[in-house]
Design a protein around this ligand. Structure first.
Ligand code: ASP
Length: 327
């Protein structure tokens, strides 16, 4: 009898959660990078679209940047599991375990997975003052100036950091540049436009507008295929076309909640997220910036989690080879 009562109470609590969630309290989507950058842009577009699909809800974006996204991710891993704090993160979720010796969270154990959002190609870009105008000239210039140039990124384990590592390894020039970390590639982009840093590898969501406006130079895309349907990026060569065999890097974003968030709340969030991914406004905004909204089964929590587990395994050798670890 006592057991039945306990079960009944638990069922009521779950039901109440689904009925009352999110209530008047806002749902905070933590972005572990600076405002105005690529991850922030995904989060703000997603927040707007999800708001439409949970009546009366208020989704807000909170930027908690630093240490390649691990500070924001730690905050969410330790947050109250009530559906009011979520994490929007990217490939850094899979890079951090290999890079950070004292990571405060376990990516596969400390979060509830809500699903994958999009995939975003990257672009190799340079400050406007660089003498090179083609990828070939750019690579030659980097080699000719070994030791004198710098590359900006958003902290160890960020997408820009990973891309820089992989590219420098591919051109066999790992000692050539000084790396300059920022809290996100929004501030890094300001430094690039201003000519304070020489180059960066960043997501198209952050670079497309700057390339179109002629404020930075663009040399190549990191995907296996050219971005033929993007009016700004369509003429850029792929790194494979430029001789970097097998180079293929795409950044993904996903949505997560702290472990222990009630299943009914997770279901409501996942439904709203999936509806947002089909929202024509959301799709249009993302596509305009070169991102591809996910339509396959990775929008489901379990499939996304398996995908992240595979990414952790895939990135480990890349990270180990680079030998850049952090505490
Ligand atoms: N996604 C980061 C940002 O939003 C940049 C990065 O990971 O390189 O700033």
């Amino acid at each position: 009898m006592k057991r039945l009562l306990v079960l009944a109470a638990a069922a009521t609590a779950l039901f109440a959660n689904a009925q009352t969630y999110p209530g008047s309290k806002p749902v905070s989507i933590v972005v572990p990078f600076a405002a105005g950058g690529p991850t922030d842009r995904v989060a703000r577009d997603l927040a707007e679209a999800m708001r439409k699909h949970i009546p009366g809800s208020n989704f807000v974006v909170e930027n908690v940047n630093g240490a390649g996204g691990t500070i924001g991710a730690t905050k969410v891993a330790k947050a109250s599991p009530d559906g009011h704090t979520l994490l929007l993160h990217h490939i850094g979720m899979a890079a951090a375990p290999g890079l950070y010796r004292k990571l405060q969270y376990k990516p596969l154990e400390d979060f509830e997975y809500l699903g994958m959002i999009n995939e975003v190609p990257m672009t190799l870009v340079g400050k406007p003052q660089l003498p090179a105008n083609t990828y070939r000239d750019f690579e030659n210039y980097i080699r000719a100036n070994a030791g004198k140039l710098n590359i900006a990124h958003a902290g160890l384990g960020s997408a820009s950091h990973l891309c820089g590592l992989m590219w420098q390894a591919a051109i066999k020039s790992t000692e050539a540049m000084t790396t300059i970390p920022f809290g996100g590639t929004a501030p890094a982009m300001n430094a690039l436009v201003g000519g304070q840093v020489d180059m960066m590898c960043d997501q198209t969501t952050n670079t497309t507008g700057q390339i179109e406006a002629g404020r930075i130079k663009a040399f190549a895309v990191t995907t296996a295929k050219p971005l033929s349907s993007n009016k700004v990026l369509k003429d850029l060569p792929t790194l494979q076309e430029m001789g970097l065999k097998g180079f293929d890097l795409t950044i993904w974003h996903g949505l997560y909640a702290p472990k222990g968030t009630p299943p009914a709340v997770l279901a409501q969030l996942n439904t709203a997220m999936k509806a947002a991914l089909k929202d024509p406004d959301f799709i249009k905004k993302q596509e305009g910036l070169g991102a591809v909204v996910v339509t396959d089964k990775r929008v489901d929590p379990a499939a996304h989690k398996t995908f992240v587990a595979n990414e952790i395994a895939k990135l480990k050798p890349v990270i180990d080879a680079a030998k850049q670890f952090a505490d």
